[in-house]
Design a protein around this ligand. Structure first.
Ligand SMILES: Nc1ncnc2c1ncn2[C@@H]1O[C@H](COP(=O)(O)OP(=O)(O)OP(=O)(O)O)[C@@H](O)[C@H]1O
Ligand SMILES: [Mg+2]
Length: 540
């Protein structure tokens, strides 16, 4: 048996990670992959298609109703200006109709809101459950590299972003299309020359809107990334181990400085998005004002020469704004759809991570394990950064992952640990003791050679039976925020109280637990670590 000297000083550093700080962040500039929309549809929209169709109907009805008031105003204004017989009745009927339309529009808008929130919340639930399930099955290498904060942000912010993409963007798109068709169609019916005139300013607007839209998309991605970085700083410091380190060795002023720097970047990007977003609306309202002015200028003259009724001019002016607004939004629709899909892309990025350590095809369950452990010429190198993590989940804006595997840590280790035998591995720090133990539980897989348990290669048995057979007390115990009893039961949920107590007596910890006020029902874990005698005695 030969154990390597290990990589001196390699611990704590991240071998192979190079931080590129040139502002070109691959996570914020990357293009969306092909087929993303099809995948979103297949995986997340299709199950709700019934509700989605209803939503489509509700949105279309509500949007189409938007142009109706302009049409109802026309006879009112005409009746007032030309005062035909029965003018008062016309005014009353159309005024009441205006209110009726408003009631119908409100009903549709409530129905629409119910449907979009139903679909949205269901989608959030689906995505969260899928992500959680996928992430917890990732190999340990993933967690050793990944920033918890960035990961949690994926499960919170990006999942909500994806929901907005499906219900928000999809809804606005439909509403805008229906509204444009209804408004422009009605305008053409009233006065086609005036319609062409008012639409002629649009190309100028399209160019402006496109540019602003691109800028907004870039800012959205950047903002998500910066938020994740800020969360990482907090999650790393605000847990017991992180806080302890900061207390013992940290410099609070610098710590606050680091956090403030991160929070400042979030603030800066927030201001930039707000201003750019507003710029969009400023341009929009200026174009709208120009259109309305043109309608009164030309339409007013047409009405004076008797070619248009006064009511038609007023109705037309109202319709111009109703057409511009959705048209403006639609010029930017491709960008908005892409921006919204960024979140789906970020969610899929995680769901597509491979699970390299999973049950092999035809894996067998270890039955009644005896406990013979054989290492047969085992060579092992820790996997490369690129193989175990994602650039966007690593520290730093623009982290680029190295694909070269770590240096070999175990150079042909062979030994046999017989059932019932007590074997101690002794060696200097970094020699590879913990690595050897990890290979038995398949925290990692060997690079070459084999680890056998009762004659079975550990890669050929099911992970569930392997973890049931191998008990590990780690160097750095972790307790969940729950009672001692439930923490002990984590490895074997069906253990009886008597079995738990017997195990604790064997580990000579029973008297310590029994002396606590709540005994086995004492709550331990992170928040309790401050005062808990149990934790201080057992874990430090
Ligand atoms: N997650 C990891 N990624 C990359 N390299 C690692 C990782 N964990 C350990 N190493 C490297 O593998 C070598 C063996 O480490 P290991 O933790 O097995 O040593 P050890 O014998 O348990 O040391 P100690 O006595 O300090 O616990 C060291 O060079 C270490 O830097
Ligand atoms: Mg160790």
């Amino acid at each position: 048996m030969s154990m390597g000297p290990g990589l001196g000083g390699g611990r704590g550093m991240r071998p192979g990670t190079s931080l590129v700080r040139n502002g070109q962040d691959p996570a914020t500039t990357q293009r969306l992959p092909k087929g993303l929309i099809r995948r979103v549809w297949r995986q997340f929209a299709r199950p709700y298609r019934g509700k989605l169709v209803q939503l489509l109907v509700a949105i279309s009805a509500a949007s189409a109703l938007v142009v109706v008031p302009a049409l109802l105003i026309q006879p009112i204004v005409n009746a007032i200006s030309s005062q035909p017989p029965g003018a008062a009745r016309i005014v009353t009927v159309y005024a009441l109709a205006l209110f009726g339309v408003a009631i119908a529009a409100s009903a549709f808008s409530l129905w629409q809101r119910y449907l979009s929130s139903w679909i949205g919340e269901q989608l959030i639930f689906d995505l969260r459950r899928m992500l959680y399930d996928h992430v917890q099955r990732m190999p340990l290498a993933f967690f050793t590299r990944t920033q918890t904060g960035a990961l949690i942000s994926r499960l919170n912010n990006d999942v909500i972003g994806a929901q907005r993409a499906l219900t928000g963007t999809f809804g606005t798109l439909t509403a805008n299309i229906v509204q444009v068709v209804a408004a422009v169609g009605t305008m053409f019916a009233i006065e086609w020359r005036l319609t062409l005139l008012t639409l002629s300013v649009l190309p100028l607007f399209v160019v402006l809107a496109k540019n602003v839209g691109k800028k907004l998309q870039a800012l959205t991605r950047e903002s998500m990334q910066l938020n994740a970085e800020m969360n990482t700083v907090m999650t790393e410091r605000f847990n017991v181990s992180g806080a302890l380190l900061v207390k013992l060795f940290g410099r609070p002023v610098q710590e606050t400085g680091t956090f403030a720097g991160s929070a400042q970047r979030v603030a800066d990007v927030g201001i930039r998005s707000a201003v750019v977003g507003r710029l969009f609306f400023v341009i929009l309202s200026l174009v709208g004002a120009l259109g309305t002015a043109a309608v009164y200028l030309i339409g007013g003259r047409l009405a004076l020469s008797g070619q248009m009724s006064p009511g038609a001019v007023v109705a037309f002016a109202a319709l111009v704004t109703q057409a511009y607004q959705p048209l403006a939004a639609l010029t930017n629709a491709p960008v908005e759809v892409l921006t919204a899909l960024v979140s789906f892309d970020r969610v899929f990025e995680i769901l597509d991570l491979r699970h390299p350590i999973a049950d092999a095809e035809g894996a067998v369950a270890l039955a009644a394990p005896r406990g013979e452990i054989v290492f047969d010429d085992v060579r092992f190198a820790y996997p490369s950064a690129a193989d175990s993590s994602l650039a966007s989940l690593e520290r730093g804006f623009g982290a680029v992952l190295d694909a070269t595997p770590g240096a070999e840590v175990l150079h042909g280790v062979s030994f046999v640990a017989e059932p019932g035998q007590t074997v101690a591995l002794v060696g200097p720090s970094g020699a590879g003791k913990s690595t050897i133990i990890g290979l038995v539980s398949r925290l990692y897989d060997v690079t070459s050679g084999a680890v056998r348990l009762d004659g079975h290669d550990v890669r050929d048995v099911t992970l569930a039976s392997l973890s049931a057979a191998v008990g590990v007390v780690s160097q750095d115990p972790h307790l969940f925020h729950d009672t001692i009893r439930e923490n002990l039961r984590y490895a074997r949920p069906e253990a009886t109280d008597a079995q738990i107590e017997a195990a604790c007596r064997a580990a000579q910890i029973h008297t310590v637990i029994a002396a606590l006020a709540d005994g086995y029902d004492t709550v331990v874990g992170d928040p309790a670590a401050r005062s808990s005698a149990w934790r201080s005695r057992v874990c430090y």
